[in-house]
Design a protein around this ligand. Structure first.
Ligand SMILES: [Zn+2]
Length: 412
């Protein structure tokens, strides 16, 4: 009898996706197996089959009885800024009173306030906060998360944040993808010098293996297209891969950078002209959409989802967890994506599983099939279309990362 570290059986519906990530994901594109089972050994899925077959075939050290409920791949969050300290809860009232972001900044609020609080926090304080954020994410079914620096600004402080992300990676079960982010230019000092410093930092991060990605916030008030290009190029030349904050607050041509540089994922896109969808499609870039960020920013604009669909651009989802958007669960993004972006529930689930894996260049997860990492989420519902129909609740009951059960509701 072959050995397994874990089997999951009595899965009412097992949802995964086929190799065709383009366009609208509907019931025909989704792969749904009924009465299924999964076996995991040494962190990797070794077999997917009928529940009875998996139960009788394996000598398993641990087992989860899914009791007829839904199992999906573990969720993947493509976009977070979790390394920060302090609260800006009081700014919400100012926003509601009609103060602009610039006015809040002028009153000592906004990103520079978070930067100050983060600078003052010790390594220990930042690590503790980061690790408890990862615990919350795991509870919500997130098994891999992209994590950015960006609240350091000063190159030395940004390097400290990269070091802390590296330390955190060895102390959590959640899979981490580390990104060096050029967030905004510092308030004082020479922009040109700062861009050069960030480009040098990107080279160092690539050379020393301190990050997997380089990212730039390209927008009015952040970095220009030219500055973004210089920083991305430095990272790409040093072996990092690239992602980009583009066309969020205004349109200055940022998403066009996908046409000239190799950018795995172009994200936000609330102000992208629909005609740029073709540029992303030709470049093979994923569109990373962040519905809860639209809520937190109280934005009226929406990414051009129909144009992305018809151009065949795969759509991934992220939480955009940051000091101004305090939701650490990509599950929440999946739940609200139908309402804010007009995605179907299955498009949303695809966006936080296999399309997300593609956005992060991870070929070993995001789907449930032999050879993939044993990352699974067991849900309290039987039909995947309940996710999004039911919202505002954590619907995940059990979570498996690399074959290890990290959350388990009593009784499963
Ligand atoms: Zn962001």
């Amino acid at each position: 009898m072959p050995r397994a570290d874990l089997i999951v059986y009595n899965i009412g519906r097992l949802l995964t996706f086929s190799d065709t990530p383009l366009g609208r994901v509907n019931w025909n594109r989704a792969v749904i197996l009924s009465d299924a089972g999964v076996a995991v050994r040494d962190g990797v899925i070794v077999e997917v089959g009928s529940s009875a077959w998996i139960r009788s075939r394996y000598d398993a050290r641990d087992a989860i009885d899914a009791s007829g409920r839904l199992v999906t791949p573990g969720l993947i969050d493509i976009h977070t800024h979790p390394l920060f300290y302090g609260s800006r809860a009081d700014e919400l009232e100012m926003k509601l009173l009609g103060y602009s972001y610039g006015e809040i900044l002028a009153r000592g609020g906004g990103i520079y306030r978070t930067v100050e609080a983060t600078r003052r926090a010790s390594d220990r304080e930042l690590l503790d906060r980061l690790l408890s954020t990862f615990d919350v994410m795991l509870e919500g079914g997130t098994t891999t998360v992209e994590v950015k620096t960006g609240y350091g600004l000063d190159p030395g402080e940004e390097w400290r944040h990269l070091r802390l992300l590296g330390e955190a990676a060895s102390r959590t079960r959640i899979g981490l993808v580390r990104t060096l982010l050029a967030h905004v230019p510092p308030r004082d000092g020479d922009r040109g010098v700062y861009v050069e410093e960030m480009a040098r930092l990107a080279s160092r991060a690539g050379a020393e293996g301190a990050a997997e990605y380089i990212d730039v916030f390209c927008d009015k008030g952040a970095f220009t297209v030219e500055e973004s290009r210089a920083i991305l190029l430095a990272g790409l030349r040093a072996g990092l891969r690239a992602r980009l904050h583009a066309d969020q607050l205004s349109y200055i041509g940022c998403s066009l950078l996908a046409g000239e540089l190799s950018i795995d994922s172009v994200e936000h896109l609330e102000n992208m002209p629909p005609s740029n969808a073709g540029v992303l499609a030709r470049a093979g870039s994923v569109a990373g959409l962040l519905p809860t960020s639209i809520m937190a920013m109280m934005q009226k604009e929406r990414p051009p989802v129909d144009a992305l669909r018809s151009a065949g651009v795969p759509i991934a989802l992220g939480s955009d967890y940051n000091a101004n958007n305090m939701t650490p669960l990509v599950q929440t993004s999946v739940q609200v994506a139908p309402y804010i972006l007009g995605l179907t529930q299955l498009e949303a689930l695809a966006g936080a599983t296999y399309v997300a894996a593609r956005s992060l260049g991870l070929g070993d997860r995001g789907r449930i099939r032999p050879g993939m990492r044993g990352d699974l989420a067991l849900w309290s519902v039987e039909d995947p279309r309940e996710i999004g129909y039911v919202w505002g609740l954590n619907l995940v009951e059990a979570v498996v990362v690399g074959g290890v059960v990290v959350k388990r509701r009593v009784g499963c």
